[in-house]
Design a binder for this molecule. Sequence first.
Ligand code: DAH
Length: 347
Amino acid sequence: MQDQLSALLAKAGTELSALATRPEFEAAKARYVGPNGALTALMKQMGSVPKEQKPVVGKLVNEAKTQLQAQLDAALGRIEAAELAAQLGPAVDPTLPSPDRLPGTHHPLTLVREEMTRILRKVGFTVVEGPEVETEYYCFDALNTPADHPARDAQDTFYLPAAARVGNVSKKNPDEKYLLRTHTSSVQIRTMLKGEPPIRIVSPGRVYRRDTTDATHSANFHQLECLYVDKNVTVRDLKALLDYIFASLLGKDTKTRFRPHYFGYTEPSFEVDLSARHLPKVNKEWIEIGGCGMVDPVVFKDVGYDPEVWSGYAFGMGLERLAMLLYGIDDIRYFYQNDIRFLRQFA
Ligand code: DAH
């Protein structure tokens, strides 16, 4: 009996280790432990074993059974692993860098935005954001821009259909229209209504205008807005900050100058020009870069600040214009085309 059992286990060992598929396995299993299997047949012989030998032979048979089961389990485990590997396809290491993709780069507008906010954070400004869908109040009324001002014209501003007001109707002014903000100056109002001075914020973001697209215009572009409110703020502080920002961003040879202008929310108001002839593709002496001024007392009153106590400056500028100067880009449309040959030039 012992010999028969060892022979059976040896045969099973070779046979089972050669199995490759599940049907083969099922057939082999039946040949050993099925109703007509080889081990089953040996176990049936137990009946004819003399009584006194039964404990010894029984033990041998049981051991053989356990061993065979272990061989079967091992064979099945191997077949299952092979099936799974076939489903998964060739082995890959997902942690390896992909051979056919270059790493991504930052968009030039992101680079300029990050650099500008970094420069401003250094001197105490905090980054805040505001919504792109605005009401007339934040975009115009609170900024002292009267209803008949040309900037509010439907030719210049994208107004949302009245249906967009559902659920958001202002109690004070149920006819108030929603629009895509035309400038980031709306964030000034949101910030002042939310808190008390001193305030020192920078707000970069996307703005929209009904402009026909060409090399220098786009219906949506990006601005960066700053507001500083404190006691005894002067035009000198404003000029000093702008000089600092542009020297930091574009190099210390950069000069700025103010030209008197009109904005409803600042008094006095200026347009800011840059002289940066050391930059690529800049061949003009002065380039207009944004608007600025001292916050108009009317705006302070409207948000509940006492204009006798508080003073402040504000400015806004286009991020595309800055990126074009910095990198020598001569067409604004490149920013939005997602042409990989363009984007890959920026780190
Ligand atoms: N909002 C102006 C524009 O879009 C830029 C501007 C001018 C922002 C004067 C200001 C400011 O904060 O004080 O052209």
